[in-house]
Design a protein around this ligand. Structure first.
Ligand code: SF4
Length: 257
């Protein structure tokens, strides 16, 4: 089709190309080898700290928390203002501190301690539901704990994964009558990507989103996926022979409020 007649990418037009996308990202950034990042409780707390902030900030907050409190019990029972002060570098501390304490207290009440390793042996859906029922724990935190700490097939969808997958037309911009969100995209992407590729897909899209498919103006001319990506000509009309007027591209500020 001539570039001038090209239309906006169809939602999920690229689903059949997911294995090719994963393979190209593996070539570009290396095949990521899974290794446990943290124990499950640490991963859960770190993921709560990472909400709406950069990894560097949440990492600093996590280190400060570990320095300030000798145990998870001490974190759970700490005066709220002390916990807020400890995790201040992570941002939104007054929101995250009670969330962390509520989750830890819930875990203690249900298990008698602070060890979530038993989730590795539960059926996957039961483990997912158990984590999801913790106070203040959403689908991204559940997926991070399952995948990163326990090595179970789950797909965390952060802002990079969501943006790149939307631009690649792997997920639609709407979920029924509502706008698609990263929260809603977890289940969808898990149904599209082979479970054995969850880790590589997640890591590959994050690296790509940080280096090439950046939020403001993606660097499509340098992208290893540009011939597969229906958004490339929307951001860089010069990539289409003859060029075309730019439309609002999926994942752009003009389509994500
Ligand atoms: S071609 Fe552009 S929009 Fe598409 S994945 Fe690559 S950098 Fe992102």
């Amino acid at each position: 089709m001539p570039a001038s007649r090209r239309v906006r990418p169809k939602p999920q037009a690229n689903v059949a190309r997911i294995p090719e996308i994963v393979a190209r990202l593996d070539d570009a950034y290396g095949v990521p080898a899974w290794r446990p990042h943290h124990d499950a409780i640490s991963e859960l707390v770190l993921t709560i700290l990472s909400q709406n902030t950069a990894d560097a900030n949440s990492g600093r907050a996590f280190v400060r928390l570990l320095e300030a409190f000798p145990s998870w019990e001490a974190v759970a029972s700490a005066p709220l203002d002390e916990l807020v002060a400890a995790i201040q570098p992570g941002g939104l501390a007054p929101t995250k501190a009670p969330r962390i304490q509520a989750a830890l207290r819930d875990i203690k009440a249900r298990t008698g301690g602070y060890d979530l390793q038993f989730l590795a042996d539960l059926p996957l859906e039961a483990a997912r539901q158990w984590l999801r029922s913790l106070h203040g724990v959403g689908p991204k935190t559940v997926a991070c704990v399952l995948l990163f700490a326990l090595g179970r097939p789950a797909m965390p969808v952060d802002t990079h994964v969501f943006r790149v997958a939307t631009r690649l037309a792997l997920i639609p911009q709407r979920a029924g009558r509502a706008r698609m969100t990263a929260e809603k995209a977890h289940e969808l992407l898990e149904s599209l990507v082979a479970a054995s590729d969850f880790y590589a897909f997640h890591i590959g899209l994050i690296k790509h989103g940080r280096r090439i498919c950046i939020a403001q103006r993606p660097r499509c001319p340098e992208c290893v996926l540009r011939d597969l990506c229906p958004s490339a000509v929307l951001y860089h009309p010069e990539l289409a022979s003859g060029g075309r007027r730019r439309q609002a591209a999926p994942g752009s500020k003009r389509t994500q409020k």
